[in-house]
Design a binder for this molecule. Structure first.
Ligand code: G6P
Length: 607
């Protein structure tokens, strides 16, 4: 949510900053801007809208600046116009800042600064930062930032450059992520590793409440009281190519097609000689045996994975499990008992609500287990145990391959628990491992139906609304199908447990309303089919996700998408893929930007 980049060194600064912003643009795309320092002056360029519009403005511009910052915005305070676009400067343009987060006490700071004569130009909360730096500047940019952070409440990662100091820049962080990338005679700043991997694999994740001073030769860290702080250099194993489209029209399309290889990678990573091994799980066998409850909390698509995780953990691992939306979980009274673990599920590892929950749970002495895709992220670093979903960078704002990674790792974790807790026999355990190994080919079979799904969706994109229904393990699949459609096409959609249809939503059904029924051959098949008949009886337009060989489904509608036969536990993995493709093609038919839908951001770092 808002992406920040910074660079100091000899490369063409405008292109380094623009490329960095392009790579971070899934964090927000309401406006983009950059500021560079040269000849004792700050030059600023901004443009409302996506980064490519700013890039176009700069096509013929050159700069010999060696230090600069950039920002891609997801608006929180102030409409997304060029005035509110970052970077923000003080009146004399001695300083420029870019900020990710929310300054919660900005109103009182702004009143104080206005009374003191500081001139505000924007409606943003962020602008107070640059005026505070200006107010406290006394010859040292680091000292000014150290004074500034003492006044700020809320969450922030910000980067400051100054016309008075073209040989360094300052970065500060509290509750929002920021990373320094280390180069030779150059250094970088970025909100996440995606903008860095093309330039360097050596990174430093800033600790909470850290101020970093970057020159082209050095990186120094300080705590908020000004004391030097040691830092650790980490190696990133993502490659830049994994963040490219590689011939696909969209990142989302590429990521849907990567799903078979996601499963293969997870199996290679965690299944050794047909045994599940989690190297960073950290909990002892005794802990896992004695565990009395798991409480999963997550947001968005990760929450849907958590809902399926509950079924899997209770079915295979036999541990009572609750699932909460992170932004709700925080406001519950958390009754802590021994032997309970709070689980966070997050692609980015930076979602503010999910992170706040693990901090809250830790303060109440819960242990934390996380399922995270982004190594080095805040949730990764603040958890007691971690299982990586190992999907590589996911760029499309609507999550696809990482959802599959979350389902598979939750499934393996459930099996692992079942084994340790003596709830499943060796034979059953091996049967599950065998099933999962067959999954990549089954996923390929479903994806191969993309052209047919595309043709089918040409008949549905003009619908006003679509209902998705499922039961049991596939009720969350219905929620995920509806979420994908809303995110990508802006069409109203809702996911419902099929059995609840008769308690209200059935009133919506007429011959205009498409209803997507998720009816694989699982334990709930017969009940699902009764619900489908109820929809049919009321004229609903049916699209069914059914198991190959299901002739009944074909009698109910022409629009059946078949998935290969699969166990109940793995059926959500195959059933969701047609729903991803449906959302993708409906959005394309409607002319929507599938990789960067309006109003959304991939990494939501504000609460
Ligand atoms: C945003 C993204 C969703 C994602 C959710 C949770 O809303 O657009 O795709 O599911 O955040 O993100 P996380 O990184 O915690 O999984």
């Amino acid at each position: 949510m808002c992406g920040i980049v910074g660079y100091i060194g000899d490369k063409d600064i405008l292109s380094v900053l623009i490329v960095g912003l392009e790579r971070l643009s899934y964090r927000g795309y309401d406006s983009a801007g950059i500021a560079v320092v040269s000849d004792d002056e700050i030059s600023v360029w901004k443009h409302p809208g996506k980064v490519h519009r700013l890039a176009k403005d700069l096509e013929t511009t050159t700069s010999h600046a060696r230090v600069g910052i950039g920002h891609t915005r997801w608006a929180t305070h102030g409409i997304p116009n060029d005035i509110n676009a970052h970077p923000h400067c003080d009146a004399q343009r001695r300083f420029a800042i870019v900020h990710n987060g929310i300054i919660e006490n900005y109103m009182s700071l702004r009143s104080e600064l206005v009374k003191e004569g500081f001139l505000f130009r924007t409606q943003t909360d962020s602008e107070v930062i640059v005026h505070l730096v200006d107010k406290y500047y006394n010859g040292s940019l680091r000292d000014a930032v150290t004074q500034t952070v003492k006044r700020l409440e809320g969450s922030y990662a910000f980067c400051v450059v100054s016309a008075l100091h073209d040989n360094h820049m300052i970065v500060a962080r509290k509750n929002s992520p920021i990373i320094v990338g280390l180069g030779k005679d150059e250094n970088y700043v970025s909100s996440d590793v995606n903008a860095l991997v093309a330039q360097t694999k050596r990174v430093v994740y800033l600790e909470e409440e850290t101020i970093a001073v970057l020159s082209d030769q050095s990186v120094e860290m300080y705590d908020f009281s000004g004391q030097p702080r040691a830092h650790t250099v980490s190696e990133v194993n993502w490659t830049a190519e994994r963040s490219e489209k590689n011939g696909y029209d969209h990142f989302m399309q590429k990521e849907i097609h990567e799903q078979p290889s996601v499963v293969r990678t997870i199996l290679d990573t965690y299944v050794k000689n047909n045994e599940i091994v989690f190297p960073k799980l950290s909990f002892s066998t005794k802990d896992l045996k004695n565990m009395s409850r798991l409480i999963i909390q997550a947001c968005g698509t990760s929450w849907h994975a958590g809902l399926i995780g509950k079924y899997l953990i209770e079915e295979l691992g036999r541990v009572p499990t609750e699932v909460d939306i992170s932004s709700e979980f925080r406001y519950r009274r958390l009754l802590s008992h021994a032997d309970e673990i709070v689980v966070a599920i997050s692609q980015s590892g930076e979602t503010a609500d999910t992170l706040a929950c693990i901090r809250e749970a830790k303060s109440k002495y819960f242990s934390i287990l996380s399922f995270v895709n982004t190594e080095g992220s805040s949730i990764d670093r603040e958890s007691d145990g971690v299982i990586y979903t190992a999907c590589g960078p996911e760029i499309g704002v609507a999550s696809t391959k990482n959802y599959i990674g979350q389902l598979i790792t939750l499934y393996l974790f459930s099996l692992h628990l079942g084994r340790i807790r003596n709830m499943i026999s060796d034979d059953v355990y091996q049967k599950h491992i065998h099933d999962i190994k067959a999954l990549p080919v089954a996923i390929e079979n479903v994806i191969a139906q993309a052209p047919a799904i595309k043709t089918m969706m040409a008949r549905y994109y003009s619908a006003k609304s679509i209902i998705f229904i499922g039961r049991g393990l596939n009720y969350p699949t219905a929620l995920e199908g509806a979420l994908k459609l809303k995110e990508l096409s802006y069409m109203h959609a809702t996911g419902y447990p099929a059995g609840e249809l008769k308690h209200g939503p059935i009133a919506l059904i007429d011959d205009n309303l498409p209803v997507v029924g998720i009816v694989p051959k699982t334990a709930t098949y017969k009940k699902m089919m009764s619900n489908i008949q109820e929809v049919k009886a009321r004229g609903g337009r049916l699209i069914l996700i059914a198991t190959e060989g299901d002739t009944v489904a074909k009698q109910l509608t022409d629009d059946v998408i078949y998935i290969p036969p699969i166990s109940d536990e793995l059926s959500p993995v195959l059933a969701v893929i047609p729903l991803q493709l449906m959302a993708y093609y409906i959005a394309l038919n409607l002319g929507c930007d599938v990789d960067q839908p309006r109003n959304l951001a991939k990494s939501v770092t504000v609460e």
